[in-house]
Ligand binder design. Structure first.
Ligand code: CP
Length: 306
């Protein structure tokens, strides 16, 4: 993975199809113990939003690689007092070896990456969640072997997770269907980008029909109906999004061997029922574990661990 050393991961589209496959292969080898890598570097976590999985899995991955982690809470640094991003980025660049940022605007992370020479990783923005989707693809690969030709259906809000799924599925040759209520569809520019990446035989569907999207799908996937920063709309969204809930009826029209994924945290009884979440087709806990392995592979590749 020498070609990835020193690069940023701001969007899943920053990776080629081959690089995604190589990262998944490395993640599987690290998970199984077939491969062990070390790198004595420092990871900074600059998170402007709450996180459990991303924060802990990045930290555990870096410690397991032999590195160190600094949690750069914006509330106790000059960042929260308005120090310009271009100044903070150039200073952090002098102390750290790699930086993972969770924030609101994609533009902010792009500015960080422009001014910092160290690798910058998107740990979630309003536009994308690329690290989540690397773990998701690893989970699907573990269940089915091959990714190409499978069909992933995402139901719910056309948010950052939907955007990175569009790009990730297109990169690995999976059919991708995004079913949202009218007015909540994915960013058209990301849909176009995914269509441009996808091979001619790969389906990229955006629809308002949850049943058409779920029919025969190999993976059903959902996320909360109101993301961080949209809490004020949460109650008014519930009736609008109700037809997009992953429940037993919807699971019955998917492929009989379908698996169910959720990036978490979940609002049980809203976007997914308790029964499906705890049911035999759920792979949600493996998916959460795979954040660790996928991000360890990413850190190792960007830092040139050996
Ligand atoms: N899925 C995910 O990113 O979880 P956290 O918000 O807990 O990091």
């Amino acid at each position: 993975m020498a070609a990835m050393i020193g690069r940023d991961l701001l969007s899943l589209a920053d990776l080629s199809a081959d690089e995604v496959q190589q990262l998944l292969q490395l993640a599987a080898q690290l998970k199984s113990g077939q491969m062990s890598l070390r790198c004595n570097k420092i990871l900074g976590l600059l998170f402007y939003k709450a996180s459990t999985r991303t924060r802990v899995s990045f930290s555990a991955a870096m410690y397991q690689l032999g590195g160190q982690v600094m949690d750069l809470n914006p509330d106790v640094s000059q960042v929260s007092r308005g120090e310009p991003v271009q100044d903070t980025a150039r200073v952090l660049d002098r102390y750290l070896d790699i930086l993972a940022i969770r924030t609101f605007e994609q533009q902010q992370i792009e500015t960080f990456a422009h001014y910092a020479k160290i690798p910058v990783i998107n740990a979630l923005t309003d536009l994308e969640h690329p690290c989540q989707i690397l773990a998701d693809l690893l989970t699907v690969q573990e269940c089915f072997g091959e990714l190409a030709g499978l069909t992933l259906t995402y139901l719910g809000d056309g948010n950052n997770v939907a955007h990175s799924l569009l790009l990730g599925c297109a990169l690995v040759g999976m059919n991708v269907r995004i079913a949202t209520p009218p007015g909540f569809g994915p960013n058209p520019a990301i849909v176009e980008q995914s269509q441009a990446i996808a091979l001619s035989q790969t389906e990229v569907m955006v629809t308002h029909d949850p049943e058409a999207a779920a029919k025969g799908a190999t993976v059903l996937y959902t996320d909360v109906w109101a993301s961080m920063g949209q809490e004020a709309e949460a109650n008014s969204r519930i009736p609008v999004f109700q037809p997009y809930q992953i429940n037993e009826q919807l699971l019955n029209i998917a492929d009989p061997n379908a698996i169910v994924l959720h990036c978490l945290p979940a609002h049980r009884g809203e976007e997914i029922t308790d029964g499906v979440m705890e049911g035999s087709q759920s792979r949600i806990w493996d998916q959460a574990e795979n954040r660790l392995h996928a991000q360890k592979a990413l850190l190792a590749s960007l830092l040139g661990a050996n």
